[in-house]
Design a binder for this molecule. Structure first.
Ligand code: URA
Length: 248
């Protein structure tokens, strides 16, 4: 917790006692903040920065885990701070008090499905290459690629000396000067989709992530988020099997 909170509230949140009882404990001199006994009323503490002891035992508040699916608009960075002062995705989460971080990244100009959580273990497992959680993007690309070029992407191409894993590609729409293509990959290399289409001579004009594993944006407006249960999020692993079955 990075925000200051009243000492008795903090003790209550940590499960030491009710707020009223905690006030009594404070008055009785049983609580120390940064090594000093605090008996005054109304003292606030910043739990991330200060050490609170109750009967000389350190008190901590476990933040509960939270899982979020955000439909990220363009113009937001997926880092937690930005030296250039651009808007950050967490500013789109009013009402979320937990300190969440994005699972993976989306470029500044990419829209779509972004998972955020404070559950570091699950975040790591989602991103671990061995889990092959797939992501589906809708890319509007310049021009009209021929079948052969798309097959190259499906098989895998070399990016910076390393072959990309097989991708699944579907043409969705032909416009006058561009094409809408859906591409599913399970790797998460930086700017991967853009680099892949660049490699076949059809730069990406607009990119949107439609789905992260089985989590789709269905009904979620741009800039809005929804809270997921841990199980809903864990489902994204099962989709890997579906994908494999379809392609085997
Ligand atoms: N691939 C890209 O090129 N950009 C993204 O934001 C995500 C995947």
């Amino acid at each position: 917790m990075e925000k200051p909170v009243r000492l008795q509230k903090f003790l209550a949140m940590a499960g030491v006692a009710s707020r009223r009882k905690a006030e009594e404990y404070i008055a009785a001199g049983r609580v120390k903040v940064d090594g000093k006994t605090v008996t005054a009323r109304g003292v606030k503490v910043t739990p991330d920065k200060q050490i609170v002891l109750f009967d000389n035992r350190q008190i901590t508040v476990e933040e509960s885990s939270i899982y979020i699916l955000l439909n990220k608009p363009k113009g937001y960075v997926t880092t937690l701070s930005d030296p250039q002062g651009r808007p950050i995705v967490t500013s789109l989460l009013p009402g979320v008090k937990e300190r969440v971080f994005p699972v993976g990244r989306l470029d500044l100009d990419t829209e779509g499905a972004l998972i955020l959580t404070n559950d570091g273990a699950l975040a790591q497992s989602i991103q671990h290459p061995s889990n092959e959680v797939h992501k589906t993007y809708q890319a509007e690309i310049k021009g009209h690629p021929d079948k052969k070029s798309l097959q190259r992407l499906e098989k895998g191409i070399r990016i910076e000396g390393k072959q990309t894993a097989p991708a699944r590609i579907r043409r969705r729409k032909r416009k006058k000067n561009s094409s809408i293509i859906e591409i599913t990959i399970h790797e998460g290399r930086k700017r991967q989709v853009k680099i892949m289409f660049n490699a076949i001579g059809h730069p990406v004009l607009h990119l949107k992530r439609l789905a992260y594993g089985s989590l789709t944006l269905d009904g979620l407006p741009l800039g809005k988020y929804k809270i997921l249960s841990k199980n809903e999020l864990k489902n994204i692993f099962s989709n890997k099997l579906l994908y494999k079955q379809k392609n085997s």
